[in-house]
Design a protein around this ligand. Structure first.
Ligand code: ADP
Ligand code: MG
Length: 284
């Protein structure tokens, strides 16, 4: 949720063009063999904004998140995070955008492989199935990455982990192992773990769809708290009510294409496309 506006900061200056986009996805195409999974996706996410991605199963939502996190390389197109362009790929015939002179391509690619690791450490990823380390306590799950990446000493990371577990309402579960926690608690640990790297953006891939219904609310409440505190979030979810509450923009993906995007009042309440209407009628 974008909370800071020109009015609230007491200036009339429009700063939105000055700050780079938190995430920019430009003309991304991705194939698995002959199967085209992403077909020219364009997406801009501004700092502090919450983007909700909707779409039927198999429409490419997870692949899009994996491309943003550089877990998958697009065949065409690029992704930039905080204005840092990496992962330039060849473009189709006649496409100019993003194409580098051939002699610079090798160098950029080499740079980008190194940049990928740096960039990934600034992108949090929360998975459907939590993916906690089973042999580590909640505290150590949260503290592990800042220590492994050399950002913090172990005592510093553990102090941060305590604070973050407090923030997700699990101060009393620091010593618990994942198997001793409910799904909702495990997912809240996973969110604390994502926050521990102080990411510029957090990606959520259906964070509540593996949970029993009575545990969904506690996880959505934590995500909503992040949304209102200005964290940049990209969330794949089928929770339409939640999307309406927190999203600045809603993106409807179908067969690898963005069919419709805009504020929730447009896409959810007044969808223009038949496919969006059809999808919403099934999930609502
Ligand atoms: P969604 O998250 O919207 O359900 P995905 O991005 O997971 O969709 O998948 C989009 C399509 O790509 C699906 O048809 C899926 O079967 C296919 N796909 C995803 N990952 C792979 C992979 N690693 N290899 C081959 N096909 C894949
Ligand atoms: Mg998926």
């Amino acid at each position: 949720m974008t909370t800071e506006t020109a009015e609230s900061t007491g200036t009339t200056e429009d700063t939105t063009e000055v700050r780079p986009a938190a995430v920019e996805v430009h003309d991304v195409h991705k194939w698995y063999g002959a199967h085209r999974v992403l077909d020219g996706v364009e997406l801009t996410v501004r700092p502090g904004e919450v983007t909700v991605i909707l779409g039927p199963s198999g429409s490419g939502k997870s692949t899009l998140l994996r491309v943003i996190n550089h877990l998958e390389k697009p065949e065409v197109g690029y992704v930039s995070v905080n204005g840092e362009l990496i992962g330039v790929r060849r473009h189709g015939e006649g496409r100019e955008t993003g194409v580098l002179p051939a002699k610079r391509r090798g160098r950029l690619k080499e740079l980008s492989e190194r940049a990928i690791l740096g960039q990934r450490s600034r992108i949090g990823f929360v998975f459907q199935n939590f993916n906690l380390f089973p042999h580590l306590t909640a505290l150590d799950n949260v503290a592990a990455a800042p220590v492994a990446t050399g950002k913090l000493t172990k005592p510093e990371a553990q102090e941060l982990a305590r604070q973050l577990l407090g923030r997700v309402g699990l101060a009393d579960k620091a010593g618990a192992y994942p198997r001793q926690l409910s799904g909702g608690q495990q997912q809240r640990v996973a969110i604390a773990r994502a926050l521990a790297l102080r990411p510029g953006v957090i990606l959520f891939d259906e964070p509540t769809s593996a949970l029993d219904p009575e545990l969904v609310g506690e996880v959505l409440a934590v995500i909503k708290d992040l949304a209102t505190s200005g964290t940049t979030l990209i969330i794949v979810t089928h929770e339409i009510g939640f999307a309406r509450e927190v999203a600045d923009q809603v993106v409807f993906l179908d067969e690898g294409r963005i069919v419709e995007q805009g504020p929730p009042t447009e896409v959810l309440d007044h969808p223009k496309h038949e496919r969006t209407r059809d999808f919403l009628s099934k999930v609502l």
